[in-house]
Design a protein around this ligand. Structure first.
Ligand SMILES: [Zn+2]
Ligand SMILES: [Zn+2]
Length: 571
């Protein structure tokens, strides 16, 4: 595979190719901006008459035709006045020219087509062979709704047909395995107008959430966290003290009782802090790690809600670590290890890490920021992970580490954060008694690995394409019988598996075995146990796995053993 940088050149050149095709097909359409993106390229146009989806094949054909001409792509600098003359009928390009600080501007030329551009191309149009236009959507000049409405044509380009095919297959899969469809199909969750943005988990979905909770609970218990629970509603004064009221009021839900204002919590931190404040703490107790699976509510505009990816209510696998400044590094290192363990468990391999550093409006001394940021870097260095630095992108109250994971369809998701906080300990005047008897202020580390259970659930659902691994499947085993005569024997198998914590159901129907298999496949059940006359006679079972593989004549004990081995946690 060619490096990323080359792919960007190719896609940038493909955007020119698109504009060139539009110029030949629709000479009156005005081209505006057309960059390469992480997944392809787009170009925004102001057409005389709106483009339709049906136009795409036509435009694509023209692009291929121009590519075949194998026109050299030449980049040169021309004077601004010359550029203005070239674009005298295009106010968008004129605006862009005016904003370029130097006296000259770059122009890319291919045949009789030219485009305003900074450079970075393949050598000729003949090198752009594997591309596809994907869709037409609405956009605005400079992404500002007040400005001229435009039409965006999005496409992608690759160096090989294979890469292009893979990308297109992934794109189809993304639509096919949309978690909102899978959620319906597998009876996992739903949304209702009675509570817009608040998810309802059905029995199957709730089982998975419980398993995710218990898996995490095991990990944090081993890591010496103490699990707590804090109220869903707390007085407005608390939120004023925490700073959430000032910064976050518009996203909070309120209610009034006995003339007192309560807010439904948008975050769990102030609750953990009230627990910390309940009594004095000695340095010997630090680090104090409080965990909470805390349900929060955040008001979001209905337009941005998106299934379980973006809801108005969600549960965070929250952790608040109260520690000394010197303990930051060790605590961060432990959290990094745990985070990687979790991602590995779910089969996420490409993980990228970034540190967001001190922004302009930061609070706290430079020395403290430096110490904390260095602790984050050291923790990552010592654990052998490379990372990017997001300069100036930290929160005003401290630096943070962010993790991004790549799913089975090539998409990346921000998941997991470790946030250092100097602000809340100060606001709430938190302290601990040092070994010399004087008081000092602890640092607060907020960390989450799943982030939102709901969102993580949806990421998993799409990542697995609905085929949850054995340990997470709501129903792990379905027992099928060749005829009704075996139902009684089957019933005992179901009972024994359930007794050992293997989630097992019986197909009660009298459908032919092929129909029963089909039904279990649609429910994406990992194991089918099939029982016929022979199995009853020999006191054995046959098993058929989700991938179609089968084993015959097994003892129930061997199946139980295998199942128990695969089960990480029980609900
Ligand atoms: Zn260019
Ligand atoms: Zn927090």
């Amino acid at each position: 595979m060619k490096p990323e940088h080359d792919l960007e050149k190719l896609r940038h050149s493909a955007a020119h190719l698109l504009a060139h095709a539009i110029k030949e097909l629709f000479p009156h359409a005005q081209a505006t901006i057309g960059p390469a993106t992480a997944t392809g390229f787009f170009y925004d146009f102001l057409p005389k008459q709106n483009f339709k989806e049906e136009d795409l094949p036509l435009i694509e054909k023209k692009m291929y035709e121009i590519a075949q001409r194998n026109l050299p792509i030449i980049h040169k600098q021309i004077s601004k006045s010359k550029a203005r003359a070239l674009y005298k009928n295009n106010p968008f390009k004129l605006e862009l020219i005016d904003q370029i600080p130097s006296n000259t501007v770059g122009i890319a030329e291919q045949g009789n087509f030219f485009d305003l551009c900074k450079g970075g191309h393949v050598e000729s149009t003949g090198q752009i062979n594997y591309f596809k236009l994907l869709n037409i959507s609405g956009s605005y000049w400079r992404a500002n709704k007040e400005n001229q409405a435009l039409q965006r044509i999005t496409g992608t380009a690759f160096f090989t047909q294979k890469d292009l095919n893979n990308f297109l297959q992934q794109r189809q899969d993304i639509i096919k395995y949309d978690h909102r469809n899978l959620g319906k199909e597998l009876d996992l969750f739903s949304f209702h107008d009675e509570g817009v943005g608040f998810p309802f988990f059905h029995a199957n979905g709730k089982t998975i959430i419980t398993l995710l909770t218990n898996y995490m609970r095991n990990l944090i218990t081993k890591a010496h966290y103490k699990e707590v629970s804090t109220p869903i509603m707390l007085r407005d004064e608390l939120w004023k003290q925490s700073g959430h009221y000032d910064h976050y009021k518009d996203h909070m839900y309120f209610c009034i009782k006995e003339e007192k204002v309560y807010a439904i919590k948008p975050m769990n931190c102030p609750g953990a802090i009230l627990i910390y404040l309940e009594r004095p703490h000695s340095y010997r107790e630090l680090p104090l790690r409080l965990a909470e699976f805390g349900l929060v509510h955040r008001y979001e505009l209905s337009g941005v809600l998106h299934g379980l990816f973006r809801t108005r209510a969600f549960t965070i696998d929250d952790g608040h670590i109260f520690c000394t400044e010197d303990q930051i590094e060790q605590e961060v290192a432990k959290t990094i290890t745990m985070t990687y363990e979790v991602f590995k468990q779910f089969g996420f391999q490409n993980i990228t890490v970034g540190i967001s550093t001190k922004p302009e409006n930061a609070m706290g001394s430079t020395a403290l920021w430096e110490k904390a940021t260095n602790a984050l870097k050291q923790a990552l260095n010592h654990s052998g992970h490379t990372y990017e630095i997001y300069e100036g992108e930290g929160a005003f109250y401290g630096p943070k580490i962010e993790f991004r994971i790549e799913d089975s369809m090539g998409r990346t998701w921000q998941c997991g954060t470790i946030q250092i906080d100097f602000f809340l300990p100060k606001n709430f005047d938190l302290s601990y008694v040092q070994s010399n008897g004087t008081k000092a202020r602890p640092v607060l580390i907020h960390r989450a690995i799943y982030g939102s259970f709901e969102r993580f659930f949806a990421i998993l659902l799409e990542h697995y394409k609905g085929n949850f691994p054995f340990w997470l499947a709501p129903v792990q085993v379905k027992v099928l019988t060749i005829t009704d005569d075996q139902k009684e024997y089957a019933q005992t198998i179901v009972q024994q598996l359930n007794n050992h914590g293997i989630r097992t159901v019986l197909d009660e129907s009298s459908d032919p075995i092929a129909g029963q298999i089909k039904a279990a496949q649609l429910q994406r059940i990992p194991w089918m146990i099939i029982i016929g006359k022979k199995e009853v006679a020999n006191n054995t079972v046959s098993i058929r796995y989700r991938d179609g593989k089968q084993e015959f004549g097994l003892s129930l004990e061997s199946i139980l053993e295998k199942a128990k081995e695969k089960n990480l946690v029980s609900p």
